[in-house]
Design a protein around this ligand. Structure first.
Ligand code: NI
Length: 277
């Protein structure tokens, strides 16, 4: 089986009492959740009238870890953006005194609205991020969203210095797994702790090959392709992960798992930075 670019997936969330592709409600609730957090919004551009928004700590402090969390690259992987809303609802305003937090809550709005993987132009927003001599450059087939992100590469590189988490889902799976990045090292506690936070909600995928990549212990480790997360690690992010929740399972469980992996990423990032400083 392979992933279809335009097959539409729609789910109903009981906890939000909304359809997974209700984009107006999503942006509305996002703006509401941001109130009270010291994060400023920067609009990187628009795709068919929908903004690609980056939120970042309003007063970043040099001694704190710089981490970036992103979601919604693939439109049908809807539990990522909704999981981020739930994650935001659990944050204390003091979070920005503990780390310099940046967020890309919904990278592919047209895909999200339609409930399909690619954007409405048939482009894959998580491919086409090439790196050459320490600089990102768009591949020929780079999506509109990818081009907007690459245009901000200096900023995004700084914001993700200490870690990048991107939240995806796998529509072919009943099990969870993680693409993990710890450059020049075997998978360590950082990778396993993120896997374990998903394992609270779903069984971990058995050792096998997924999309041609070797999966071991629920991890595909240090696999570099032209994805956004791979690009940021190549640009210097110390750690990276792409979480994969199983989209054949219950939507609300997947939202909860995405919230949990974001929380775990934040607490692990604070812990590692404290040890290092
Ligand atoms: Ni994906």
């Amino acid at each position: 089986m392979s992933r279809s670019s335009f097959q539409q997936f729609h789910w109903h969330s009981k906890q939000f009492a909304l359809a997974s592709n209700d984009i107006h409600a999503f942006y509305h609730l996002l703006a509401e959740q941001m109130q009270g957090l010291a994060l400023t919004k920067k609009t990187l551009g628009h795709i068919e009238g929908y903004p690609l928004e980056l939120y970042q700590s309003a007063n970043p402090q040099p001694k704190l870890a710089n981490v970036l969390i992103s979601a919604g690259f693939h439109g049908e992987e809807a539990a990522g953006p909704w999981g981020m809303l739930k994650f935001l609802s659990t944050l204390e305003p003091s979070i920005t005194e503990q780390l310099n937090l940046s967020l890309l809550p919904l990278v592919n709005p047209t895909g999200f609205k339609a409930g399909h993987r690619f954007n409405q132009f048939g482009e894959n927003p998580n491919r086409g991020f090439l790196v050459d001599k320490g600089r990102a450059k768009p591949a020929e087939d780079c999506s509109r969203e990818g081009q907007l992100l690459i245009a901000q590469q200096a900023l995004l590189k700084n914001l993700s210095q200490d870690g990048i988490l991107t939240c995806h889902e796998d529509v072919l799976q009943h099990n969870c797994y993680v693409y993990s990045f710890e450059p020049e090292a075997a998978a360590g506690p950082f990778s396993y702790t993120l896997r374990d936070s998903l394992a609270e909600y779903f069984p971990v995928a058995a050792d096998e090959s997924i999309d041609g990549c070797k999966l071991e212990d629920g991890l595909i480790h240090n696999h570099y392709d032209s994805s956004f997360e791979s690009c940021l690690v190549k640009l210097g992010a110390k750690r990276g992960a792409c979480s994969e929740t199983p989209a054949l399972e219950d939507f609300d469980q997947r939202i909860n798992a995405n919230c949990a992996v974001m929380q775990q990423f934040v607490s692990a990032s604070i812990e590692y930075h404290t040890k290092q400083v």
